[in-house]
Design a protein around this ligand. Structure first.
Ligand SMILES: [Zn+2]
Length: 68
């Protein structure tokens, strides 16, 4: 059973199974993509964050409440 821990993103205390919460996982990935040459606009980042937020909400709803 993997352990939940705090997101590694500064200022974020969302519990996650990976290094970052879903939102910041996608955000960090998007930043890395942009560093490889694809210029990311603010709209792109906002869209990624919106998608991640929905995914995280679904994940939270599906996960048992173990982080009390
Ligand atoms: Zn986070």
């Amino acid at each position: 059973m993997p352990m939940l821990h705090g997101c590694a993103y500064p200022g974020c205390s969302t519990f996650t199974l990976s290094t970052y919460c879903v939102e910041h996982e996608l955000l960090v990935r998007a930043v890395k993509e942009s560093e490889r040459g694809h210029a990311l606009t603010h709209e792109d980042v906002t869209a990624v964050a919106d998608t991640a937020l929905s995914a995280e909400t679904a994940l939270t709803a599906a996960a048992p409440d173990t982080a009390v």
